[in-house]
Design a binder for this molecule. Structure first.
Ligand SMILES: [Zn+2]
Length: 216
């Protein structure tokens, strides 16, 4: 009797596990399983056949998706990092160029801009910490009111760098002195921004925009 029951149970077990049997069959199978080791083992084998490969497949495909996402995010991170680096470098170059190249003429102030004579040579001296540089013209011949005169013109300029950043280095007693020319070769010294017409000296332009600070 038990032997026959086991064969019948094993025939319906796949349907039972799929949950498509009637309640009467289900009760019968469960009552039999409670007291039959052989059929319980059959149930375990059937469950493994069905469930384990499915789980493995899911795990494998999930692993593949995560691997793809990982590569995707890694590529994205590298792109963001490189872009940020390039943008930062360009910004620094831009700020530095602006700070160095934006030259503004420093207005004349006889407290900080001086002309000194030593052994027949003339020197200009600037005594502040914000000096960016100097522009000067070699002594040149011009005609003023019918008379030939040798003039020179110069100006000091500051840059955002020299004005705001350089003072942090705090040079005490800062002094910039440069040689203008021999006293015998210079009749007048002007201070101010000037422009040349090509290589020509435009005296009217210099006299109009600059201040006579030495000579007559
Ligand atoms: Zn059985």
């Amino acid at each position: 009797m038990k032997k026959i029951n086991c064969d019948i149970i094993k025939d319906v077990l796949p349907l039972y596990l799929d949950g498509v049997v009637s309640n009467a069959t289900k009760d019968m199978v469960e009552e039999h399983l409670r007291c039959c080791d052989s059929c319980r083992k059959e149930v375990e084998i059937l469950k493994q056949d069905i469930i384990i490969p499915t789980t493995k497949n899911i795990q494998l495909s999930e692993a593949r998706i995560f691997k793809k996402l990982k590569v995707h995010f890694w590529k994205k991170n590298v792109f963001v990092f490189v872009s940020t680096m390039i943008a930062t470098i360009l910004l620094i170059i831009g700020l530095h160029s602006y700070a160095i190249l934006t030259e503004t003429c420093i207005p004349y102030d006889d407290e900080i801009i001086r002309i000194d004579e030593t052994d027949g040579k003339l020197y200009a001296t600037y005594q502040e910490e914000n000096l960016g540089g100097t522009v000067s013209l070699v002594p040149s011949k011009v005609t003023i009111n019918g008379k030939e005169k040798n003039i020179t013109v110069f100006y000091y300029y500051e840059t955002p760098w020299s004005k705001y950043i350089q003072p942090f280095w705090g040079k005490d007693d800062f002094k910039n002195t440069f040689y203008l020319g021999d006293k015998d070769d210079i009749d007048q010294i002007y201070y101010g921004e000037f422009e040349l017409d090509g290589s020509e000296i435009n005296y009217a332009n210099i006299a109009g925009n600059s201040k006579l600070i030495w000579g007559d």
